[in-house]
Design a protein around this ligand. Structure first.
Ligand code: FNR
Length: 228
């Protein structure tokens, strides 16, 4: 089959063959369509045995089934002081905030599992969002968050599964420009739901959690391949 001169074709392995000699156009298409979407996954808990870390790792598995890259991070590796406007004015953003912002800027999606603390978002997660929402010099407003896609979830030993906290997590993220997918999961009795290898005992529940990751991945793939 012959193709018009300006059509770019892709093999199954994403090796690009182009009939177009215009390299600038080719580079533009590379950046629009060939880079795999990247998802940053983390829990709003730093605890070693965090149920929310376990939960978000299940969603990561769901995303990995699609053609995306996923980076799992532990917020324990990015300790930050409590947000303080005077500190920011005197010293700028803390080193770990800049480190995390750099990472966030290279990812188009988020998978976030947030514990519910007193019916709301955990302090660790809110503080992390507050610091990373602050602009570095010359940076567009909310650069780490605007137009990103997120899937959210929660795990709690309690009977609500962290659902009340998720309302706040969703609201905060949406208000800073993140598209949060409608589906979410709130796992009740979460201290009883995981096997020792990190998988979930109930396979139907496990699929629900994996679907959150898969959904974010599929949306990002579609956005990545469209030429808006
Ligand atoms: C909690 N926990 C809790 N659970 C819940 O379902 N609703 C709540 O409002 C609260 N509030 C709350 C406040 C504080 C300060 C703590 C420390 C805990 C219990 C919480 O869900 C439980 O500790 C989870 O295991 C925390 O998540 P990780 O660390 O396991 O991911």
């Amino acid at each position: 089959m012959s193709l018009p001169e300006d059509i770019t074709t892709f093999s199954k392995k994403d090796n690009m063959k182009t009939t177009n000699q215009n390299l600038n156009q080719q580079n533009l298409r590379d950046s629009q369509t060939l880079t795999k979407p990247k998802i940053l996954a983390f829990a709003g808990s730093t605890r070693t045995d965090s149920l929310n870390k376990k939960l978000v790792k299940i969603a990561v598995n769901g995303a990995m089934d699609a053609d995306v890259e996923v980076t799992f991070i532990d917020l324990r590796d990015f300790p930050m002081p409590l947000y303080d406007g005077d500190l920011e004015q005197q010293e700028g953003l803390p080193a770990n905030t800049r480190k995390l912002k750099d990472l966030m800027l290279t990812h188009q999606g988020f998978l976030i599992s947030s514990p519910e603390y007193n019916s709301s978002i955990s302090g660790v997660l809110k503080n992390t969002i507050d610091w990373t929402s602050r602009p570095s010099e010359g940076e567009p407003i909310l650069a780490c968050f605007k137009n990103k896609v997120a899937g959210i979830m929660s795990a709690s030993p309690g009977g609500f599964g962290g659902l009340r906290g998720l309302v706040h997590v969703r609201s905060i993220l949406e208000n800073i420009g993140v598209l949060v997918i409608p589906d979410q999961v709130a796992m009740t009795k979460a201290h009883e739901i995981f096997n020792s290898d990190g998988t979930m005992k109930n396979k139907t529940q496990e699929e629900q959690v994996k679907n959150i990751g898969a959904c974010v991945a599929k949306i990002l793939i579609k956005l990545n391949s469209s030429t808006i």
